[in-house]
Design a protein around this ligand. Structure first.
Ligand code: AMP
Ligand code: ZN
Length: 113
């Protein structure tokens, strides 16, 4: 499939991996928006948050657990971190393979931009 993140899953495009299991991959964002900016993705292609079905419940849960593990490993769990899934154009989604942004290491603003 001609999808950037599927290519990353296949190893066709190099990334700095921070976590991997049989369902989930996490790697450093190329254009970090915070001192810690990790993308957590399912290995299975799911285009957007709207495409998640009951079949994906376990995978989505594993993505959250991977984000928590990374937060603890990076030492930011206590201070806090932000998890974001952008869906479609108003939210600014640019890569149409669902991904969880894990952002940490600075005070976050609310409301978000
Ligand atoms: P979104 O705008 O929510 O779709 O997020 C896409 C994210 O993917 C952006 O934060 C990009 O910086 C990131 N990104 C795009 N290409 C790569 C890549 N080759 N390696 C790592 N991160 C990437
Ligand atoms: Zn994909």
């Amino acid at each position: 499939m001609d999808c950037l993140f599927c290519k990353i899953v296949r190893g066709d495009i190099p990334v700095k991996k921070v976590y991997e299991d049989d369902r989930v991959l996490a790697f450093e964002d190329l254009n970090p928006q915070a001192p810690v900016h990790i993308l957590v993705i399912p290995k299975k292609h799911i285009s957007t948050s709207l495409d998640v079905t009951a079949q994906d419940n376990e995978t989505i849960g594993l993505m959250l657990q991977a984000a928590n593990l990374i937060a603890r490993e990076k030492g930011v769990a206590e201070k806090g971190f932000r998890l974001v899934i952008n869906c479609n154009s108003d939210a600014g989604q640019t890569v149409f393979h669902i991904h969880l942004h894990m952002l940490a290491g600075r005070k976050m603003q609310w409301p978000p931009g």
